[in-house]
Write a protein that binds this ligand. Structure first.
Ligand code: ADP
Ligand code: 5GP
Length: 203
């Protein structure tokens, strides 16, 4: 029988990848290719970058507010990443999944591991697919991070060292997508989502 018949609702698409690989850029393109996708807006204690807006790029919270929400169980998952806290608000994701929608969330490897654990323990009943975005090479990743000019050189080096560690776990993901060209990476993710929707009978 199709999995929907077993009480599953919706599809949660989890996207991870090293800082600077192009997750935000590719996801932005993905949403134009597949406008019905619902994008989860993460909360963070990281200060906004000059081009970032509250409630558009992130919910920018004080550490006090973040932990208040975390203690109330308002995040599906949260983690400390590169010295700041990031979390996925539960209410939006749960509401959209309950409507049988496809929800995309961008989380680091700890967040993805937490979500996987929720699936294994039965706390998350929705179908999930885990996608890891990789750069064509570490040199290209370094180039993109520096060209973005949003972190100082110390932070760029910190994020590059973290990237090497993050790349070690990519085999745990269902799909690995190379972000060579933005359009083709977004098209590949759109194709994966379409196939996964068929797999879990979500049409
Ligand atoms: P992330 O969200 O993974 O940290 P961003 O989406 O901010 O990464 O992308 C990092 C930088 O790389 C940005 O300046 C973005 O414009 C650029 N970028 C993203 N994807 C590509 C690509 N396929 N080719 C060239 N530059 C890219
Ligand atoms: P950035 O500061 O570059 O926007 O993001 C840094 C890292 O935090 C990235 O690896 C990104 O995937 C991760 N991240 C963003 N939102 C969340 C979230 O809600 N939960 C977790 N665990 N990680 C997140």
């Amino acid at each position: 029988m199709p999995k929907k018949a077993k009480g599953r609702r919706g599809l949660l698409v989890v996207i991870s990848g090293p800082s600077g690989v192009g997750k935000s850029t590719v996801v932005r393109k993905l949403l134009t290719l597949s406008p019905k996708l619902k994008m989860s807006l993460s909360a963070t204690t990281r200060p906004p970058r000059p081009n970032e807006k509250h409630k558009q790029d992130y919910l920018f919270l004080t550490q006090e507010d973040f932990f208040d929400r975390a203690n109330k169980g308002e995040f599906i998952e949260w983690a400390q990443v590169h010295g700041h806290y990031y979390g996925t608000p539960k209410s939006y994701v749960e509401e959209e999944l309950s409507k049988n929608h496809v929800v995309v969330c961008e989380v680091d490897i700890q967040g993805a591991a937490s979500i996987k654990e929720m699936v294994h323990s039965g706390k998350l009943k929705s179908a999930t697919v885990f996608i890891f975005l990789i750069p064509p090479s570490v040199d290209i990743l370094a180039f993109r991070l520096r060209r973005r000019k949003t972190e100082d050189e110390e932070m760029v080096n910190y994020r590059l060292r973290a990237a090497i560690a993050e790349l070690q776990v990519m085999e745990k993901y269902d799909y690995i997508v190379v972000n060579d060209k933005v359009d083709s990476a977004a098209e590949k993710i759109a194709a994966i989502v379409n196939v996964e929707k068929e797999r879990v009978y979500l049409n």
